[in-house]
Design a protein around this ligand. Sequence first.
Ligand code: ADP
Length: 398
Amino acid sequence: MKVLVINAGSSSLKYQLIDMETEKAIAKGGCERIGLEGSFCKHKANGKDKTIEAQMPTHKEAIQVVLDALVDKEYGAISSMDEIDAVGHRIVHSGEEFNDSVLLTDETMATIESLSELAPLHQPANIIGVKACKAIMPNVPMVGVFDTAFHSSMPEKAYIYGIPYEAYKDYKIRRYGFHGTSHRFVSNEAAKYLGRENDENFKVVTLHLGNGSSISAVKGGKSIDTSMSFTPLGGVPMGTRSGDMDPAIVEFLANKYNMTLAETLNYLNKKSGVSGLSGVSSDFRDLRSAAAEGNHRAQLALDVFTYSCRKYLGAYAAALGGVDCVVFTAGIGEHDGGVRKSIVTDMEYMGICLDEAKNDNLTDGICDITADGGKVKILVIPTNEELVIARDTERLAK
Ligand code: ADP
């Protein structure tokens, strides 16, 4: 079976064509500047890279460009569109309506559309991507895989805020959590790696540290708490997002800088995090080199980030009643050994002991960076959200 995985944003569309026999991507790429001047698609298959410049006023043209690229004689990966057996779409929000991936029918699409106000920037773009695909491939089964669904197992006490209960009853204001496909994938990989797949007592803290970062507590394969919140703005400070802070700051900021509420939220989403803190960059590679040259604010941004992650790790060890495994994943988690070290340093009292040489010399695939005698396994596991989407799509399309 071949599954096309689509991740549609407001002006972009990323894709991978995955052969489920090997679970490898046989083509991948992304269209950018959809709806704008100068749209293009970067496509990769058979070891060849190709940039296709084409008019893409809407996502429908973008999908057509992707399909044409996939069947192209020179740089394609399949001989006809009929080889695409199913399409899996990344959808941000499942609200409280779905706790698993779903077949995208008229009925489930209507429910997904009704959840748009919970993710006003992303959900509409995801929906446009589905509709564009359905228009071009009406007979191919489509599946929606949600960022939030994995966290639907959180207990009430973890997702209810300390505000009047009516806010939850009337408007579903609660913690939802995001990056669910990644937390699900790496916690499951960790369980397999350690031979504890069906162990309901296997306790993992997963740290997905990328442009957006979130940390989850997973027990027996189920999420019991997570740091992102009602929106992806909550939790640890990120590339450009503030993470948690006193909610009273919102009004204070708006008054001091003479900003509207929307401008203030934009400030917290786009201008904050390690980027706003350092004044250097949202990219940890840039922060590292600036800090090495003595830039205090770059070092401070790294310290604020890792300190916040440390506190979540401690909090989730408490929430889980102990921890068997700590997993690092995503851009920073997989590549920044300094961040990993700062987060777990001086945690020997909890049984968390890092082997610094292993931490500095990762190999491909899953890496065990636990020091000899360390009670808690520390693993670096490359995430693969597209593969999770493709597996769910195969399961539901069959
Ligand atoms: P996204 O959330 O967009 O999927 P990623 O998981 O790809 O992001 O993470 C991107 C981030 O990972 C970059 O902004 C950068 O900070 C960090 N990163 C990537 N490679 C490295 C590296 N070699 N060293 C340190 N940080 C890195």
